[in-house]
Design a protein around this ligand. Sequence first.
Ligand code: OXD
Length: 310
Amino acid sequence: MTLLIIAPGERPEWWRREFARIAPDLEVHCWPDVGDPAGIRYALAWKPPAGELSKLPNLKLILSMGAGADHLFADPGLPQVPVTRVVDPYLTAGISEYVLLHVLRYHRNQPVFEAQQREHVWDDRARELRQADERRVGVMGLGVLGRDAVEKLAALGFDVAGWSRTEKDIPGIACFHGPDGLAPFLERTEILVCLLPMTAATADILNRNTLARLPQGAYLINAARGGHVVEAGLTDALASGQLTHATLDVFREEPLPADHPFWDHPRITITPHNASITDPRSVVRQVAENIRRIDAGEPLLHPVDRDAGY
Ligand code: OXD
């Protein structure tokens, strides 16, 4: 019974070490050292090269190494076996830290002070006196990650709303849903946070039209997927002042090419898809448990619905 770690560039040795510690009976191979393809029963994958998983004739389970599984469905030949994803307190906490950090940065007008420092300017007129309960923050996506983020934002006192595909009820949060709920949600949102799963329905969702629904001068934080944002729509919204600033952790092409115009945009903050990092020290237990479950014929933890895409 062999697990293949197929996650180019994702420090497979670290994962292998944790498996040796936590699930010592499991044989672990790290792609491209597959060994006998017929011996591989489970694959722990992050952005696996297309076609590689279909070379494993006895594969029983694919485990996404992250919260999202869209990177797997990008492979048209993905084997028809169950897929799971990571739901982990560290991963969730990391995303919420990122959201809080950047919402507070915008709430406190920090990009203005950073620009002033570069120019050696002392000018506190940019200090807008706004209390957190006067700041309307909106989070798109109310799954495990979004829910944690809205609750922590609300605990800081922000006026928080959320938008999701299906109806949600979260105490203290104004919950909007579905296509009809999108416009009213955007119209009340000064700081927009995207934590949506990437599906056919959410691709390009932040475009010229939707960004135009935000109040003039709004802010955007995208910690979901680059494909949620239409790049030209974003740069136009920044140019017109419709958006004041954007913080992007994810991009259509990663790593972001060195000549991409976002790098030098004065009102875009870039982070290298590190809003939250899967921590093998906790996730290996979840992976080992799902391997036990599939072998025992028990329901899996955090299964992905192929039709919904998450
Ligand atoms: C994830 C990610 O899906 O890191 O976990 O993007």
